[in-house]
Design a protein. Sequence first.
Length: 361
Amino acid sequence: MDSILGPLYTAVSWIIVQFHKLYSIPFGESSGWAWGLSIVSLVIVIRIALIPLFVKQIKSTRNMQALQPRMKAIQERYKNDKQRQSEEMMKLYKETGTNPLSSCLPILAQSPFFITLYQVLNRIANDTPVGVLNQDLVDSAREAKIFGAPIAATFMDSAAELQELGANLADVRVVTVVMILMMSASQFFTQRQLMTKNVDLTAKTPFMQQQKMLMYVFPVIFAVFGINFPVGVLVYWLTTNVWTLGQQMYVIKRNPTPGSLAFQQRQEKLRAKGKLKEDPAEVEAKQAAHEARARRTQPKRQTKAQRAAGAQHTPQKSADSDAQKTAGAERKSVGEQNGRSSHGKQQAHGKKKPQSAKTKK
């Protein structure tokens, strides 16, 4: 392991030493701030170098979201032929230029630096020179404390081990627990921001369920393994989580996924500023819908007493109406009978009596 990571030991320790020289001017050589800020600066250097990989990660994640319906169709079509299913999947990735591993590139690229920093801090804890860190620098780093906790101490260290580093158990436990909680929380909010703001809400895919599961699994994993991380590694991982959160926030705001909540919010802002050109037909439809809502009158709100009074008047009105209808029907019936009687009399008067033979003569 040392032969493989030897060049990285030298590179990581050299970067830390250079920043330590810079921060030693205002804070002092054995100050926890000088060594802590050196680790933070190391994170910034590494994350700046990984920006191209981060951009590839964002693009790959979007492509995977867009391909989920087609991937599901292939799985359903060739569910009984796993080999053909794999071949069709690879063909789909090749046609669309998508690499599923691209979403893991930033984490994979950081892993060697993370392991190297862990080993460097472990060597410091064991009072062993590493890379360009000579014995004097190792002794200075061992004396450095962040809020009372040495940068090489871990949550699982015993009281005797911490006493050798010049610290007590309570201080180290409190500092490490707080940092582990902050590290897990930053990881959770980073994943939650991605799920709530930068996921296409119009498409429900298994990919979304996987991301939702990771949102809860990753913080737990960091919390479990964090108890074995030295304080300096916790500083490193907390800093990289905060950087990822801010970087992701910037990317989502500038270039959100189409169909996501962030995309809708960005469209509204551009529309309000007059920078978004819309289809005239769509604008006319929205205006018509707005006018229809404005013309629609809502029923007046009544008090409880008014509703009770209305309920009492309703049966009376109904009874009066029924009585009026009954009287009207009776008048109509009498009128019809009178009409028929009058018509009968007119017919009776209108008929002539037959003349007798004598009268004719």
